[in-house]
Design a protein around this ligand. Structure first.
Ligand SMILES: *Cc1c(COP(=O)(O)O)cnc(C)c1O
Length: 239
């Protein structure tokens, strides 16, 4: 902003500066993206998919990330995701949108209509409303189950001991396509043991998807077999 203000003061054509600031954002984001992709490739083969977490980001940065070639995005609120993507979708048929935030049952229809993957199934009631929404909209959306690996009372996710029952409910009773597990480790603990636990649970239940790893630990997660890392600030800058 300062460049535009200064050029106004000096009577230059400020539009030129606004365009070059946009270019700077694009270059920075494209560079961060390629650095993270390189780190992921160095950490694991095959490397996990980079999910760009675009919550709270301005349109300019979404456009820059799309221009850099990014197509897989994570959002944690249904309404914000609609604002970000409902119209853009039409221009990017290969876009993949993943819901990574807690879902209220009354938003099931909207979530099923918009998202390509729902990562945060964590209770039987939600499994049933999602199944109903999918029937109604005739759209099968794969799901991941969120596991509260740290057993934190304030955090969403099914407890590890309750995973088997939820899986039976989601897969067998509701007929959902459960593809993997997702976790958010406690902030004050090393993430490695949580990633190892999630990988073990997935293997035990024959699930191949592992959504784990964020800005601070995506390389660690990759080394523990993550298939999808969810990266926000390291990619877009501070929210
Ligand atoms: C916001 C968010 C992220 C991204 O967090 P960063 O630390 O900014 O990379 C990942 N996963 C979930 C579930 C989130 O809500």
């Amino acid at each position: 902003m300062r460049a535009a203000v200064m050029s106004l003061r000096f009577g230059e054509d400020w539009r030129f500066n606004v365009i070059s600031m946009t270019d700077t954002v694009s270059l920075t984001l494209a560079k961060r993206r390629s650095e993270i992709l390189a780190e992921l490739s160095a950490a694991a083969d095959p490397a996990p998919v980079l999910v760009a977490v675009s919550k709270t980001q301005p349109d300019e940065k979404l456009e820059a990330m799309l221009a850099a070639g990014q197509r897989v995005f994570g959002e944690n609120k249904v309404q914000e995701a609609q604002a970000h993507w409902a119209e853009r979708r039409a221009d990017y048929p290969d876009l993949e949108l993943r819901l990574i935030g807690p879902l209220q049952t009354n938003k099931s229809d909207d979530a099923v209509a918009l998202f390509d993957v729902i990562e945060t199934l964590d209770r039987g009631k939600l499994a049933r409303t999602l199944a109903k929404a999918m029937d109604k909209l005739d759209r099968r959306v794969p799901v991941y189950i969120q596991v509260n690996t740290g057993e934190e009372p304030q955090k969403a996710g099914v407890l590890p001991d309750d995973l088997e029952a939820l899986l039976a409910c989601a897969r067998d009773e509701c007929g959902l396509d459960v593809q993997g597990l997702m976790c958010i480790p406690p902030v004050d603990e090393p993430a490695g043991p949580h990633f190892a636990l999630l990988a073990k649970l997935a293997k035990r239940h024959g699930l191949t998807g592992l959504s784990m790893g964020m800005s601070s630990d995506y390389a660690v997660a990759a080394s523990f077999g993550s298939t999808h890392v969810r990266v926000g600030t390291a990619l877009f800058g501070a929210r």
